[in-house]
Design a protein around this ligand. Structure first.
Ligand code: SF4
Length: 253
């Protein structure tokens, strides 16, 4: 098993960065690149946050669909037999989530792909391997964070989840986040970001600011699958990771 430093070097090599880049909070905040958000960057409130106040994470589930679960495992068991939308018809497995239920950071993608549908775990395959390498640059591994999707079953042909499917699955999403109660949410990719933040702004704009989801700071990053298709964007992903590491480091300071 390679050490963290080796993984970091591998990632930097892959994205074409050949000069050392800072990874600790102090260094990253001094970085001159305009890809790093400045201290005190604008927090854009989520439209969901203004629905009512104070807002709980269950605010997006309607009363008749809200999940009454006894912990994360119980909610996952309930979700495993869900047939609330048409995505249940072609799925192999419900992909609920994976990782540490006590994690401070939760990563959220859009929906399972083929590999995830087969294995029942989010972010496997090449995109998952890249996410693992990105985590290592943060000094973490998969067992220290929690990884999930907005929608728990695979859309056919990997199409985007439809609004009705997102709404149907929000019962699990809300219950899951309520149990996890993370300190930071990281939204991976356009679909996840636009769905959770209820916006049609492009990802290139969304990733430049911190957002808010019911009081939880939210960062938006490129999806690892997109980074595999567009390796030139990995440099931007690096600056996002530095910012995430800075914010994560500030949790304990
Ligand atoms: S996508 Fe969500 S709501 Fe639809 S069947 Fe799967 S678990 Fe149920």
């Amino acid at each position: 098993m390679p050490e963290h430093a080796e993984f970091r070097a591998l990632y930097l090599s892959e994205i074409g960065v050949h000069t050392p880049l800072p990874v600790n909070s102090a260094d990253s905040s001094n970085k001159s690149s305009n890809e790093i958000r400045p201290e005190g960057a604008t927090v854009v409130p989520s439209p969901l946050s203004s629905r009512s106040g104070p807002v709980s994470l269950s605010a997006t589930s309607t009363a008749d669909t809200a999940v009454d679960g006894n912990g994360l495992d119980d909610i996952a068991i309930q979700a495993s037999s869900c047939t609330a939308c048409q995505l249940s018809e072609q799925r192999t497995k419900v992909v609920f989530g994976v990782g540490n239920p006590e994690a401070d950071i939760v990563f959220i993608g859009e929906a399972p792909g083929r590999d995830e549908d087969m294995k029942g775990e989010p972010f496997v395959g090449r995109a998952g391997q890249l996410l693992d390498r990105m985590l290592v640059t943060l000094g973490m591994n998969r067992s220290e964070v929690y990884i999930m999707n907005t929608v728990k079953c695979r859309p056919p042909n990997n199409r985007d989840p439809r609004p009705g499917e997102v709404e149907a699955c929000s019962r699990w999403f809300d219950a899951q986040l309520r149990e996890l109660s993370p300190k930071i949410i990281c939204l991976l990719g356009r679909v996840s970001a636009q769905t959770v933040l209820e916006t049609d702004k492009p990802l290139s704009v969304l990733r430049r600011n911190w957002h808010d989801y019911h009081g939880i700071p939210v960062q938006v990053m490129y999806h690892p699958a997109y980074l595999l298709r567009s390796p030139q964007q990995k440099r931007h992903a690096w600056s996002d990771l530095c910012e995430l590491k800075r914010r994560y480091g500030s949790l304990s300071s």
